[in-house]
Design a protein around this ligand. Structure first.
Ligand SMILES: NC(=O)c1ccc[n+]([C@@H]2O[C@H](COP(=O)([O-])OP(=O)(O)OC[C@H]3O[C@@H](n4cnc5c(N)ncnc54)[C@H](OP(=O)(O)O)[C@@H]3O)[C@@H](O)[C@H]2O)c1
Length: 228
């Protein structure tokens, strides 16, 4: 398999960071973003060009547009675009979630993914190939108390990805992916100490990355789940 250009949002921690490390280990080029300066500088120091890491808030459409212009000036269009960045609300019944917090979860988890698609997909369309994976969740297909805002965003990801899949030309794919249950900050926020009973992101990435590399045009529109 030839080296691919992999674009990952939310590379500073959790699944994004573990995927970046594993894709690079397998010989692929990773382009990634996150908000944390420390996290991005650490990646820039560890991985030299052509790997490319920038501080970008995916909720900021203008910042994503500027990032896309910079990235597409240096690299070919992504072969695999992973909309991984997300936030979860602090566990609380829906009526107790402050308006600002609800808006932030929507802005990152839904609008952030769409901002990235808006600015990177045209280059992929021009080339006529590429796969978009929008990170969903078990909570994009079921629900629980105290995570209603997060559930709303992941159900939205399922819907918008299915619609996008219907818009893509043959040869391309868009899929929602439930990554499974992995011990990251998002899980610790909702599961508390029991999160430590789940696999760490580094172990998850060993099976998830080969699975992601195999997604092809024939998967367009399928709701996928990463192997556990
Ligand atoms: N862990 C699980 O069990 C699980 C289960 C189901 C679904 N998921 C999904 O898997 C994906 C990864 O989650 P995770 O568990 O790895 O969470 P995590 O450890 O909390 O990591 C989230 C990542 O997203 C980045 N991020 C957050 N807001 C951002 C923004 N506005 N712009 C750019 N980057 C941003 C964070 O970096 P900065 O703070 O530096 O911005 C961080 O790198 C998410 O879509 C999540 O919903 C996870």
């Amino acid at each position: 398999m030839g080296a691919k250009i992999i674009l990952i949002t939310g590379v500073t921690r959790g699944l994004g960071r573990a995927m970046a490390e594993e894709f690079i280990r397998l010989g692929h080029t990773v382009i990634g973003c996150g908000r944390s300066e420390t996290g991005i500088v650490e990646l820039q120091t560890k991985f030299q060009p052509p790997h490319d890491f920038d501080i970008v808030d995916v909720a900021d459409d203008r910042a994503v547009g500027a990032w896309a212009r910079e990235v597409l000036g240096k690299h070919t269009a992504p072969d695999l675009l992973l909309n991984n960045a997300a936030l979860i609300n602090r566990s609380a019944p829906l009526w107790e979630v402050p308006a600002e917090e609800f808006s932030e979860v929507i802005a990152v988890n839904i609008e952030g993914a769409v901002n990235v698609i808006r600015h990177f997909l045209p280059a992929m369309l021009k080339r006529g190939s590429g796969v978009i994976v929008n990170f969903s969740s078990g909570w994009g297909r079921s629900t629980d108390a105290n995570v209603a805002p997060y559930c709303a965003t992941k159900w939205a990801i399922e819907g918008l990805t299915q619609a996008l899949a219907q818009e893509l030309p043959p040869g391309m794919a868009a899929v929602p992916l439930n990554p499974g249950i992995i011990a990251t900050d998002i899980l610790r926020s909702s599961f508390g100490v029991s999160a430590s009973g789940y696999p760490p992101p580094e172990r998850w990435a060993k099976t998830a990355v080969p699975f992601l590399l195999k997604i092809s045009a024939s998967d367009n529109g399928k709701s996928l789940t990463a192997p556990s």
